[in-house]
Ligand binder design. Sequence first.
Ligand code: MRU
Length: 372
Amino acid sequence: MASDSNATNMLQAIRYNRGSLQLLDQTKLPLESVYLEIRDSNDGWNAIRDMVVRGAPAIAIAAALALAVEVSNLDDFSGSTDDAAYFLHKKLEYLVTSRPTAVNLSDAATKLKEIISMAAATTSEARGVFQAYVEAAEIMLEDDVASNKAIGIYGASFIQNHTEKHKLSVLTHCNTGSLATAGYGTALGVIRALHSGGVLERAYCTETRPFNQGSRLTAYELVHDKIPATLIADSAAAALMQAGRVDAVVVGADRVASNGDTANKIGTYSVALCAKFHNVPFYVAAPLTSIDLSLSSGKQIVIEERSPKELLNTRGGLGEQVAASGISVWNPAFDVTPANLISGIITEKGVITKTSAGDASFDIKTFVQKTS
Ligand code: MRU
């Protein structure tokens, strides 16, 4: 199976054909488009940890496919079906350790492990277990684009139905587009859908310091797709809202707790606070795979801390030093936006809203039960 993003001229973070995986090296964008060959789970782990591939859904799919490539090219596995299942389980557990905050990766690993165990119990050869694994990983790649398109449709129509305006300006933070997913994107998918529906006045994207996913990646996607867009410094978001230039904010998610508290790229919380103050609706757009029903609130979400170099040097740590040597650094990669600042959570099954206007949190469990 090959990924089909080329057909629609979408940027492709993940290029896959059975037995071969290439990842667009996002640390080099927007200046260079270089694809790295991923041969096994080790290459996959490194690519995720080093931010070659990033964004919650893309991380999960890249990890699953890295292992799919490894087993597609294994030609001398002599073990039993149980050995094959054990091999795959261990590799998935290793891949999950690459980055902790996005739930999509551990969710994918859990689902894949179930498929592996079932195949081991019903197949007579190790090859059959590997085959079942590869097919399941490939389905994840296909499903992600479909669910992003559904998020786009639901989100665009919900936002339109909640405004009197005919043309809307939308602010987003970080990168949630084709580069963060298998294609189309979540929050950026909603912006794409508003644009193709003729109702987008302008998209605003933040730089998203310190790794600059906004200026390097989202700006690149918006220019690529010829969507009217303006880049702002993270610190300009409040002033932009104060000037009345933002009609809605849409961001992605790395992990949504069952009350709706949402972990997303560092800086999301400050954008949400500004939106609340200026009465601008603030939406989270995420597939159901970003929801972690095992957590009652965002306080339980593990927040990844990344290298001080991302702040000390330019280009998210890859360029020259700009900060004083010897300064101590706190560099959380994500923050948690409390549910009371969120107006709605846009998923591929519809928009999760609060039951009554005064509610501080969402009843996500009931929504998931009703829609699955
Ligand atoms: O550190 P990153 O670049 O992986 O962080 C990405 C984000 O925070 C995105 O907003 C989130 O993963 C959603 S991507 C559809």
